[in-house]
Design a binder for this molecule. Structure first.
Ligand code: AMP
Ligand code: TRP
Length: 349
């Protein structure tokens, strides 16, 4: 990812540079975050925090869509843990608004109104819904309307840019479509957002199956699937050194198989080296050397994050105070937008 994406710094009419409003979030389901979450999203949030007017959320209401899997006390502690990881990875609560979705009532309220303008067919077309629904016997309506809650998250902040991994692009496009439809029905109310994905590592693949994306829910069930941000060096060694590759020796990105391409991408992004340099470094050495190189970089990257995380989790009251302040700041933005939405449709006092 380029650290400064010029497209994100919009020139204002007075010639000064205005900072675009950014919104993104992560779900507190299935344990804490993995390297895909970090490289696909979080790392970019941190890299751009000075150029943007950013709002980041732990989207705990999104974690309720499969109620059979919800353990209330685990959900509460994972929500706090994800917020701590945001900060541990470098998000500064002084420079960004960081809060928990359910601490505001505005998201759920706006969702109802947006549900009423969202055609059912649009939701049935979402690939994440289709994949999740196929894997289940019974499907709650929350799983289907999940992207509408996501649309409310984004639209309540007059968001222009949504930095996410590739798997979320379809949801952001749906958000834009919902906003366009609402604006057409009720007059200009919403800013139209767009997704921004990193140039590299927008889709980090699983170590044990490089044809599938690294996923939190699979990581919770299968050791060796993901690189967890809180994994110990011993666990990291085990999972990275047993990553699936083919039996060749090819280290040129274009010619290599998917497992090697995934490892090269992780190496290249974490080292900030051009791909050609990463390819040359491991040329002719076999894949053991590549895995060892990735392992060293991952351990080195995660050590300070883990240390800071442990420190933050030792002071839960302090963490909760930061999140309470974040919720207040978030409400100051979202409440007037919701008032605008309610006025547009003719409800509210
Ligand atoms: P989730 O784990 O679904 O809450 O995703 C949180 C963020 O991480 C979203 O922006 C996703 O697009 C991103 N993300 C999740 N998995 C990956 C992956 N394997 N590679 C890249 N980005 C990912
Ligand atoms: N659906 C997103 C995911 O699974 C999480 C999310 C919820 C989100 N609301 C959002 C991401 C708003 C960006 C903006 O990763």
């Amino acid at each position: 990812m380029s650290v400064t994406d010029p497209a994100l710094v919009a020139p204002a009419s007075d010639g000064a540079t205005s900072r675009p409003r950014v919104f993104s979030g992560m779900k507190p389901t299935d344990g804490v975050l993995h390297l895909g979450n970090y490289l696909g999203a979080l790392r970019g949030w941190v890299a751009h925090q000075d150029e943007r007017d950013s709002v980041f959320c732990v989207v705990d209401l999104h974690a309720l869509t499969v109620p059979e899997a919800v353990d209330p006390s685990v959900l509460r502690s994972t929500t706090r843990a994800i917020a701590a990881l945001y900060f541990a990875c470098g998000l500064d609560p002084e420079r960004n608004v960081v809060f928990v979705q359910s601490h505001l009532t505005e998201h759920a309220e706006c969702t109802w109104i947006l549900n009423c303008v969202t055609p059912l067919g649009w939701l049935h077309r979402m690939t994440q819904f289709k994949a999740q629904a196929e894997a289940r016997e019974s499907v709650g309506s929350g799983l289907l309307t999940y992207p509408v809650l996501q649309a409310a998250d984004i639209l309540l902040y007059d968001t222009e840019v949504v930095p996410v991994g590739e798997d979320q692009v379809q949801h952001v496009e749906l958000t834009r479509d919902v906003a366009v439809r609402f604006n057409r029905l009720f007059g200009d109310t919403f800013v139209l957002p767009r997704a921004v994905i990193p140039k590299a590592a927008a889709r980090v693949m699983a170590l044990d199956d490089p044809t599938a994306k690294m996923s939190k829910s699979i990581a919770a069930e299968r050791a060796g699937h993901a690189i967890g941000l809180l994994d110990s060096p011993a666990v990291l060694k085990k999972s990275i050194m047993s990553a699936v590759t083919d039996s060749g020796r090819e280290t040129r990105f274009e010619q290599a198989g998917p497992g090697v391409r995934n490892l090269l991408t992780i190496y290249q992004v974490l080292s900030n080296e051009p791909m050609a340099a990463a390819e040359a470094r491991f040329e002719g050495q076999g894949y053991g050397a590549l895995k060892k190189g990735v392992l060293e970089l991952v351990v080195e990257t995660l050590a300070p994050i883990q240390a800071r995380y442990t420190e933050l989790m030792r002071e839960p009251a302090e963490l909760d105070a930061i999140l309470a302040r974040g919720a207040e700041q978030a409400r100051a933005i979202a409440a007037p937008v919701l008032a605008r939405v309610k006025a547009a449709v003719g409800v509210g006092a």
